[in-house]
Structures are given as structure tokens and as C-alpha cells.
Design a protein around this ligand. Structure first.
Ligand SMILES: Nc1ncnc2c1ncn2[C@@H]1O[C@H](COP(=O)(O)OP(=O)(O)OP(=O)(O)O)[C@@H](O)[C@H]1O
Ligand SMILES: [Mg+2]
Length: 310
């Protein structure tokens, strides 16, 4: 059985997880294998929406996002590839977080939020009627800018989501595996019952990553995960991203250009473009990271990555 062929309304999934009721959808249920093929040839954002290649995890097609009457993003079309790290860069307010949060429907909690166009996840319309948002967030985990551990023990932080999803068997092993995966195990193995709030900022952020990977999602969305951290903790997070790449598809928002250049296979540059009277966030260029930083096609990208922006 291929992973893609698994359906959610089976009485028991292959990893022993009780299925979550919802629409019958066929989406990936396990982390991706380590060996991922090399990226295909460079392609432009304009070409990228033309077909669904098998290795696409997300396809955004002419996506526009509104908060009430204000339009935050316009006409975003891009493909996010399986097993790669994709960085979203651009000036403040250009809609990076908005776009990231739209990939796992985190913006649904904002009453004024509205989306047009289409986002598919493994070919399924993520905003389609009947899609179970709990299941979406189970598959597509998120780590925020500011570490936000629960006021619970280190162990309980990591065990919380698996417990809630009924993954109770082998829970301690699962917690250990997630903490090892987040490169935190050696630092916390003797204090698992201590409060997570006693950890340093960098440790808390790695704990949040452990919490996210404990339920073995398919995708990790990281919104400036190292922006509140010192250079050493930032280095640890970047190493972690390298280690997790391939097992997970990662989308990371960062203001740190060197960080994007170090961690990302592909980079999307967003900017604010004036349409009519108002500036609206737009995707300017999306390509292999080397291209974006070395020989971008668009002068706006060149100005931004060389620090001449504004
Ligand atoms: N919940 C919200 N309600 C109303 N407007 C919002 C909301 N969230 C974001 N916006 C607006 O949408 C636009 C894009 O914001 P967003 O946070 O996505 O930008 P960003 O690129 O992540 O910026 P930064 O680099 O500062 O984090 C901004 O004009 C912002 O004010
Ligand atoms: Mg942001």
C-alpha cells in the first residue's frame, strides 16, 4: 500500500492512530522517507501552477487573502515541494505570516479573514467544504515566532497532542523520539517532570518543535522560529531544520537573509505592491534559493536581497 492510498475513514490507520471523523480524504499520513529525489529544474512562479507534479505538497493558485475590506495578499501562485525547505522572505507586512497560516487554516480563527483562489494539499482543496480542520492541523504542524510551551512539564508538553489524538501506546517512546528529533533529549532527559517554563528560550523553541513533530506531521510551518533567539540557539534551530528536512516538508518565514540562504532549497520573495491606492502583499519571485540570492530575475528581489530595499 502506498502512503497516498491510505484513507482516513479506515477503522484504524497503519500507525495505530484512531481516525478522526470527517470527510473521506486521501492524504499522506506518515512522515516522508529520508531519501528525497533532487529538485527538478528551476521554474518560475508563473509556470508553477500549470500542473500538479507528484512531489507537490501544496499548490497555491491565484490566492488572495482579505481581512475585512483590507486585502493582505493578491494573486499568489506557487508550488511547495515535498521534503524540501521553502523560505518565505520579504519586508514587514507583505503577508508572509498570512500566507503561512493559510496553509493549515490557522487564519480561520480570525473572523474577518477571507480567502479567494485555491490551495491544495496533496491535491485536496484545503478550504473545500467538509474538510476537517483538526485533521489538517494534525498533518500540518506549526511553530510560532515566540516559543509558547504549555505551563506543564517538559514531558507533558510533548505528550499532550499524541494523548489528545488517542496515540497512547508507547507514549514515553514517542516523547523520547520527538525530543531526540528536536535535538533536545540530552539536555532534558533528567528533568522531564520539570516545568517547561524553566527552559531557556532556545530550549523552549526546540521543545515546541518536539511538540509539533510528536504526532508525526507531514509538514512543519515555522514562523520566524529563531527571531527571539541568540546566535547559538539560532544555530541549533538551523541545524535542526537541516536534520528534519527530508523527513518533513518545511516552510519557514524568516527575516534573516543568511538564514534563508543557509536552510532553504527554494525561496519565495514577497513584497508590497501598490495596486490602485493601497499596497498589497504580492509574490514577486519564487525560485531555487541560489538563484534568488545569486541571480534574481526581478530587480525588486535584487534590491531586497542586497539590502537596497526602501
Ligand atoms: N488578524 C489580522 N487582522 C487584520 N489584519 C491583519 C491580521 N493579521 C495580519 N493583518 C494584516 O495583513 C497584512 C500582512 O500581515 P502579516 O502579518 O501576514 O505580514 P508579515 O509579512 O508576516 O509581516 P512581519 O514580517 O512584520 O511579520 C498586514 O497589513 C497586517 O496588518
Ligand atoms: Mg509575520
Amino acid at each position: 500500500m502506498t502512503i497516498d492510498d491510505q484513507t482516513f475513514d479506515h477503522p484504524q490507520s497503519s500507525n495505530g492512530v484512531a481516525p478522526i471523523p470527517g470527510r473521506r480524504v486521501r492524504i499522506r499520513s506518515e512522515p516522508l522517507p529520508g531519501a528525497i529525489g533532487s529538485p527538478a529544474a528551476t521554474e518560475s512562479a508563473a509556470e508553477s501552477h500549470v500542473h500538479i507534479a507528484p512531489e507537490s505538497v501544496f499548490e497555491a493558485e491565484k490566492v488572495g487573502i482579505f481581512y475585512g475590506k483590507k486585502q493582505a495578499l493578491i494573486d499568489v501562485s506557487m508550488r511547495i515541494r515535498r521534503g524540501q525547505v521553502t523560505a518565505l522572505i520579504g519586508p514587514s507586512g507583505c503577508g508572509k505570516t498570512t500566507f503561512l497560516r493559510s496553509l493549515n487554516r490557522m487564519n480561520d480563527s480570525v473572523p474577518s479573514f477571507r480567502i479567494e483562489g485555491k490551495i491544495t494539499y496533496h491535491g485536496h482543496d484545503i478550504y473545500g467544504s467538509g474538510v476537517d480542520t483538526v485533521e489538517v492541523r494534525r498533518r500540518i504542524g506549526m511553530v510560532f515566532q515566540k516559543p509558547n510551551p504549555f505551563p506543564k512539564s517538559i514531558y507533558d508538553n510533548v505528550a499532550w497532542a499524541p494523548k489528545n489524538l488517542g496515540m497512547r501506546s508507547g507514549l514515553s517512546d514517542r516523547v523520547e523520539k520527538a525530543l531526540r528529533g528536536a535535538a533536545l533529549w540530552d539536555e532534558v532527559k533528567d528533568r522531564l517532570k520539570d516545568s517547561a517554563l524553566g527552559l531557556s528560550g532556545g530550549q523552549q523553541q526546540r521543545l515546541c518543535i518536539a511538540r509539533a513533530i510528536a504526532i508525526e506531521p507531514d509538514v512543519l510551518l515555522l514562523d520566524e522560529p529563531a527571531s527571539a533567539l541568540d546566535p547559538i540557539a539560532t544555530g541549533a534551530i538551523e541545524e535542526l531544520i537541516h536534520a528534519l528536512k527530508g523527513r518533513f516538508t518545511i516552510v519557514i518565514v524568516t527575516h534573516n537573509m543568511q538564514q534563508a540562504a543557509r536552510v532553504a532549497d527554494r525561496t519565495a520573495f514577497f513584497s508590497l505592491e501598490t495596486r490602485g491606492e493601497k499596497p498589497i502583499g504580492s509574490l514577486i519571485e519564487f525560485d531555487e534559493t541560489e538563484k534568488i540570492f545569486g541571480s534574481p530575475r526581478d530587480p525588486r528581489t535584487r534590491d531586497y536581497v542586497t539590502g537596497r530595499f526602501g
